[in-house]
Ligand binder design. Structure first.
Ligand code: FMN
Length: 185
């Protein structure tokens, strides 16, 4: 597939199942990630892999976040959080290890991690998989970051749910790029 065709076809699967990208595929996905633009060569990226066997533990982290932040959470709501970890056979947490006092603004370090995440979505698709970018309140929670091995100052830019799509692209209408273009005169 031509690169431009791949860019024009990217979509998020509605549901993901096995197989997840294997070690060889993940290597290529992470290699693609590190092609992200990176002001100051800070290499702010961190990719935390949550394998199939670790999903239950990650689900507990999500449920615990809900319990802490919502005050009262029904068992049903907690179970819904736990199940989020099972939306795909593999999850990659994409984070930026932030250097707050350098000359590169934090926003640029976060944008670089976001660009890495986008490269990963495309790499996953190019290799025959699919990946879906999610966040939610847990991504911005200091304790969740700590439990994932990050520091509260760092930024989680996304939870990338990876696996295989069985349904194909849905009916989401795609805007024409020209709609967003303004020529400055
Ligand atoms: C930073 C970021 C965070 C997102 N978080 C969520 C999320 O928590 N839940 C969700 O349903 N979609 C989330 N999305 C949107 C989906 O990843 C997806 O792009 C959207 O459903 C549109 O589908 P498409 O990728 O096929 O265009 C997020 C996207 C970005 C860029």
């Amino acid at each position: 597939m031509q690169a431009i065709e791949a860019l024009l076809r990217r979509y998020s699967a509605r549901a993901l199942q096995e197989p997840a990208p294997d070690e060889a595929a993940l290597r290529l996905i992470f290699q693609s990630a590190t092609r992200a633009p990176d002001h100051g060569r800070l290499r702010p990226w961190r990719f935390i892999v949550i394998n199939s066997e670790e999903r239950a533990r990650f689900g507990e982290v999500l449920a615990d976040h809900l319990r802490r932040t919502k005050g009262v959470a029904s068992e049903e709501a907690l179970e819904r959080e736990r199940r989020k970890a099972f939306r795909a056979p593999l999850i990659v947490v994409v984070a930026a290890i932030l250097r707050p006092d350098g000359k590169i603004p934090e926003i640029e370090q976060i944008l670089s991690a976001g660009a890495a995440a986008q490269n990963m979505l495309h790499a996953a698709l190019a290799l025959g998989f699919n990946a879906v970018w999610k966040t939610g309140g847990a991504a911005y929670d200091a304790q969740v970051k700590t439990e994932l091995g990050l520091e509260p100052k760092d930024a989680i830019v996304g939870f990338l749910y990876m696996g295989t799509d069985v349904e194909g692209p849905g009916s989401l209408t795609r805007p024409d790029g020209q709609e967003f273009v303004r020529y400055w005169r």
